[in-house]
Design a protein around this ligand. Structure first.
Ligand code: GDD
Ligand code: MN
Length: 377
C-alpha cells in the first residue's frame, strides 16, 4: 500500500477525545505512511495542546491548523486538504464516534482504486450505537433522502451524508464549501467521482464533550442542498427547465394531432385522444433523450417503453392529486387541475431522472466488506 495518507480531523472543543483518537490511530495505522491534520476552530479547552502532547509522545506526524473561530466543519476539511501532503485523504471526527479501526479499510478501498470510500452506517454490517437520539436519526435519514432526490450521484449511496470517508486527493475539486457540515455531499455532487465504495461501520456513542450540530447547521444543510441544486442546475444545463419546455412543446404536438384526427379525419373525440396522447409521449421522450438528458445513455425503444410507464405514473399522480384536492379539500376544480398538473410534472420528472434516464455515472459498491461485520475492523 504505497499511498501516503493525510487524516483530516476538524475539532471544536475535543480535549476529552483527541488524545485517545491519536493513540487509536497510531495503533491501527502501523506500517502506513500517514500524518494527522487537526483543523481547530478556536477551541477553548486546550484541544490542540492535548493533540500535540499525544502526537509527540507517540512519534506521530501531526499538523495543527488553528483558525481561531468557528468557520464550519466543511471549510475545515477543505483547509485540511489544502495543507495535506498525502495522496489519500481520510476525513473523520475527533470525538471517537468514527472508530479509528475502520480507517485502514477506507485507505485500502481507495488504494485498490475507489475514488471515494465511505464509512457507512446504512449498509449491511453498519449501524448506529443504541442511544443516538431519535431526532438525530430522523435528521440523518431526512438528509440522506433529500440528497438522494436532489443529487443524482448520491442516489446509489446508502450514507451520502456520512462525516467519515476517504478519497483520492486528485478527486477534490472544491475550493469552497457549499454548506457547513456535509462536505462529502459537495464532493459527490460537484467533483468527478467515478467509483464509490461503502464500508460498514457502527457510529459510536460520544463519550466526552457534546455534539456541535445545532439548528443553524440544519438550516445550513438545506441551504447547502439549494446551493448544490442551483449548481447542479448549471452543471446539468438546467435539466428540469428543459424538461418543462419539452412538456410545453409536447402539449402543442398533442393538440395538433388531436385536431388532425378529430376535426380533419372526423373521428370521435375519445378515439382521437389516443394518437394525441401517444404523439405527446413520443415527442417528449425523443426531445428529452436528445436534449434534456443528452448525457445519459438509454436505448430508444427501451427508453420509450419506460417513458410510457413514467407518463402513466405522472398521469396517475395528476389525476389522484386533482381529485383529492377537489373532492376532499374542496379546492376549485380549475385550480385543483393546475396543481395536479404540477404534481404530475414533478412525478414525471423524478421518474425520468431516476428510471427512464437513470444516472449511471457512479459505480457504487456497497457490498465490498459487508461479508465482514464491524467486528472485523
Ligand atoms: N473545525 C471545526 N469547526 N470542527 C467542528 C465544527 C466546526 O465548526 N463543528 C463540529 N466540529 C467537529 C467536532 O469537534 C467533531 O470532531 C466533528 O466535527 C463532528 O462534530 P459533532 O458535533 O460531533 O457532529 P455529530 O456527531 O453531531 O455529527 C457527525 O456525525 C454525523 C454522522 O457521521 C458529523 O460528522 C456529521 O457531519 C455526520 O453527518
Ligand atoms: Mn460527534
Amino acid at each position: 500500500m504505497g499511498d501516503s495518507v493525510s487524516i483530516v480531523v476538524p475539532t471544536l472543543n475535543e480535549a476529552g477525545n483527541v488524545g485517545r483518537l491519536i493513540e487509536e490511530l497510531a495503533t491501527n495505522l502501523k506500517g502506513i505512511d500517514y500524518e494527522i491534520i487537526i483543523v481547530d476552530d478556536g477551541s477553548t479547552d486546550g484541544t490542540t495542546k492535548v493533540a500535540e502532547e499525544a502526537a509527540r509522545g507517540l512519534g506521530v506526524n501531526l499538523k495543527v491548523i488553528e483558525r481561531g473561530r468557528r468557520l464550519g466543519l466543511s471549510s475545515a476539511v477543505i483547509d485540511g486538504v489544502r495543507a495535506s501532503r498525502g495522496n489519500v485523504i481520510v476525513v473523520m471526527d475527533a470525538d471517537l464516534q468514527h472508530p479509528p479501526s475502520v480507517v485502514p479499510k477506507l485507505i485500502e478501498a481507495v488504494s485498490n482504486g475507489a475514488d471515494v470510500a465511505i464509512a457507512s452506517r446504512y449498509v449491511k454490517g453498519g449501524g448506529i450505537a443504541g442511544d443516538w437520539p431519535i431526532l438525530r436519526r430522523v435528521i440523518s435519514w431526512g438528509a440522506a433522502t433529500l440528497a438522494h432526490i436532489l443529487i443524482p450521484s448520491a442516489r446509489g449511496i446508502k450514507d451520502p451524508v456520512s462525516g467519515f470517508f476517504a478519497f483520492k486527493k486528485s478527486v477534490m475539486c472544491l475550493n469552497r464549501p457549499y454548506g457547513d457540515y456535509k462536505i462529502l455531499l459537495d464532493i459527490l455532487a460537484l467533483c468527478r467521482v467515478g467509483s464509490v465504495v461503502e464500508v460498514p461501520y457502527v457510529f459510536r456513542t460520544r463519550e466526552a464533550g457534546s455534539s456541535k450540530l445545532g439548528a443553524r447547521q440544519i438550516v445550513n444543510y438545506v441551504k447547502q442542498l439549494v446551493s448544490i441544486t442551483v449548481n447542479l442546475l448549471a452543471i446539468s444545463k438546467y435539466r428540469p427547465l428543459k424538461f418543462a419546455t419539452v412538456g410545453v412543446i409536447g402539449l402543442f404536438v398533442s393538440e395538433l394531432v388531436l385536431h388532425a384526427f378529430w376535426r380533419i379525419l372526423g373521428l370521435p373525440y375519445f378515439i382521437s385522444l389516443i394518437p394525441a396522447l401517444e404523439a405527446g409521449i413520443v415527442n417528449n421522450f425523443t426531445l428529452n433523450k436528445v436534449w434534456t438528458f443528452r448525457d445519459r445513455s438509454v436505448g430508444y425503444l427501451v427508453g420509450l417503453g419506460k417513458y410510457h410507464v413514467a407518463s402513466l405514473v405522472g398521469t396517475a399522480v395528476n389525476y389522484a392529486v386533482t381529485n383529492l384536492l377537489h373532492y376532499v379539500l374542496g379546492v376549485n376544480g380549475y385550480v385543483a387541475y393546475v396543481i395536479g398538473v404540477i404534481f404530475g410534472f414533478l412525478a414525471n420528472y423524478i421518474m425520468a431522472e431516476v428510471y427512464v434516464f437513470k444516472y449511471r455515472g457512479v459505480v457504487v459498491n456497497n457490498t465490498i466488506a459487508s461479508t465482514q461485520g464491524p467486528e472485523a475492523y
